[in-house]
Design a protein around this ligand. Sequence first.
Ligand code: ZN
Length: 237
Amino acid sequence: MAVVVVTDLLRTLHRMHRQLADLRDRLTGGPRQVAAFKARLAASEAAFTAANDAVKKGKVTADQKQLQLRTSESKQRDLEAKLNACKTNREYQTLKEQIAADSMAMKVLEDEILEALERIDALRKDVPPAEQQVAQIKKLVAEKEDEVRREKAQLEAEVARIEGELAAGERELPADIVEAYRRAVKTKGADGMAPIEGESCGGCFQRITDMMMSEVLLGRMVICRGCGRVLFPAAPA
Ligand SMILES: [Zn+2]
């Protein structure tokens, strides 16, 4: 095989490895994006639940106070009935004082109930926006899932196409190069190869000896001593 063809081929194979790496990144990136959207959805659902719970809790508090007030009112009625049955002035005075004290406590309770009801009204206002946000993010999740699903098919087709081209290209490699090439790209893919930039390895920037340079230009397989990458001449400007 002519020298120029081998160096061109190594460069082409490197490009294909990079394309494959990029496509595979995008294939894993899609589901990651979907997962991030789902996390946002879970957070918005939790906020919605919390908003509802706050209203419920507020209602329980208001109900308890209202029950307490009704009990006090009923007790108050009993005391008032007893007033008429009082036999002594002292007894009458004591009852009167108790009724006055209870009335004061009930007034405080009434204020608290009013406050609790106002608080519920305020808390209720948080519920619809929280619910809206859940619906909005749910829609975004569905759209993202759809987009990722569609993109996945395209990306997989592209991966299959480039893998085919890569395999065809690799079959063109001279026998004395193939094994070292396979070793270099087996685990690292595109990063198992590097263009020569100036007089250095484009992967680790270690200087390349004149001897190595001439080997490369003769189309021989040269491995960087610094990082072990398969070297090939950079594309002609
Ligand atoms: Zn290197």
